[in-house]
Ligand binder design. Structure first.
Ligand SMILES: Nc1ncnc2c1ncn2[C@@H]1O[C@H](COP(=O)(O)OP(=O)(O)OP(=O)(O)O)[C@@H](O)[C@H]1O
Ligand SMILES: [Mg+2]
Length: 248
C-alpha cells in the first residue's frame, strides 16, 4: 500500500490555513509517529487522509488514485481510531459493535466470524462479546475501538492520541497490541504527544507545526532536534526519582 499526501492545503472560512503544503509519502508497514503542538494540524491531516475533509489544495492518493474515487474501500483499507473511543462505539454489546463494520462489507459469514474472533483475541477481548459496551472501562473501550476497525482487515491504522486516559498497564497493553499489529504487517500512524511512551518503537517521526510539516524522517535523525521542534525530550534525570514526573 502506498499513501501519498501531496501539497495538501486546507483553508477555513475565517481565512486561516489549517494545513499548508503538507506532503507525506507512506509506503509499507511502517510505524510512524506524528507529533506537534496543540492545534498544529495533526487531526486535520488524519481527517483528510480518511476523506472526511475535502482539501482546498493538493490531494491524497491511495495507490495512485485519489482517495475520494472510492472512499468506502479507502476507509476499509485505512482505519481510524478516534481520540474518544465513545465516538465510534455503536453496538450495545462488544459482539454487536465488532459486527458493525463487516455487516456492511458484504463478506461471507465465515470470513466475518474468523475476522471477528481474531480482532477480539488480538485486543484481549475474547470471551467478552456479550458484555454491554456501556460497562467497559476507558482502556477497554479503546481496545474495543481497535477491535472494531481490525475486523475490516485494514492495511493501515491511524490512531489519534491513543494513550490518553490510560494508566501504565493500559499503555503497556495498548503498546503490545500495536506492536503485534505492526509485526503482522499493518502500517501504524500514531498521532501523539506522548513520545516517551512509544517513540522507541517507531521508525519514523513526523513533526507538525502551524499546519505544516516541520520535520519528517527516521526517529534517530530527529531525536536530537526535539527541543528545537518544541517537543520534550526526556532529560538526564530520567531513571532517577527526580525524573519521575511528566511536569518537566
Ligand atoms: N472547521 C474549522 N474551522 C476553523 N478552524 C478549524 C476548523 N477545524 C479545525 N480548525 C483549527 O485547525 C487547527 C488544527 O486543528 P487540529 O485538530 O488538527 O489540531 P491538532 O494538531 O490535532 O491539535 P491537538 O494536539 O490539540 O489535538 C486548530 O487550530 C483548529 O482550531
Ligand atoms: Mg488532535
Amino acid at each position: 500500500m502506498r499513501l501519498d499526501v501531496q501539497q495538501l492545503g486546507k483553508r477555513f472560512e475565517n481565512g486561516r490555513w489549517g494545513l499548508r503544503e503538507v506532503s507525506l509519502a507512506l509506503e509499507g508497514p511502517g510505524f510512524t509517529v506524528v507529533s506537534g503542538p496543540n492545534g498544529s494540524g495533526k487531526t486535520l491531516l488524519a481527517r483528510h487522509i480518511l476523506g472526511l475533509e475535502r482539501p482546498d489544495e493538493g490531494r491524497v492518493l491511495l495507490d495512485g488514485a485519489d482517495i475520494h474515487t472510492d472512499l468506502r474501500e479507502a476507509r476499509r483499507r485505512i482505519a481510524f481510531v478516534f481520540q474518544e473511543p465513545e465516538h465510534q462505539i455503536l453496538g450495545m454489546t462488544v459482539d454487536e459493535d465488532v459486527a458493525w463494520t463487516p455487516s456492511r462489507l458484504g463478506w461471507p459469514k465465515a470470513r466475518v466470524q474468523a475476522s471477528r474472533e481474531r480482532a477480539l483475541q488480538l485486543t484481549g477481548l475474547e470471551g467478552r462479546g456479550w458484555e454491554p459496551t456501556a460497562f467497559l472501562s476507558g482502556g477497554e473501550k479503546r481496545r474495543l475501538a481497535i477491535a472494531a476497525v481490525l475486523v475490516a482487515e485494514p492495511e493501515m491504522i491511524i490512531l489519534d492520541e491513543p494513550f490518553n486516559d490510560l494508566d501504565w498497564p493500559g499503555v503497556k497493553t495498548l503498546l503490545s497490541i500495536l506492536l503485534d499489529l505492526h509485526h503482522q504487517g499493518i502500517a501504524l500512524l500514531v498521532i501523539t504527544h506522548d513520545l516517551e511512551k512509544c517513540l522507541a518503537h517507531a521508525d519514523r517521526l513526523v513533526v507538525m507545526n502551524h499546519g505544516s510539516i516541520a520535520a519528517d524522517g527516521p526517529v534517530r535523525e530527529i531525536w536530537d532536534r526535539l527541543p528545537e521542534l518544541g517537543l520534550r525530550r526526556p532529560g538526564p534525570l530520567c531513571g532517577t526519582l527526580e525524573g519521575m514526573t511528566w511536569l518537566s
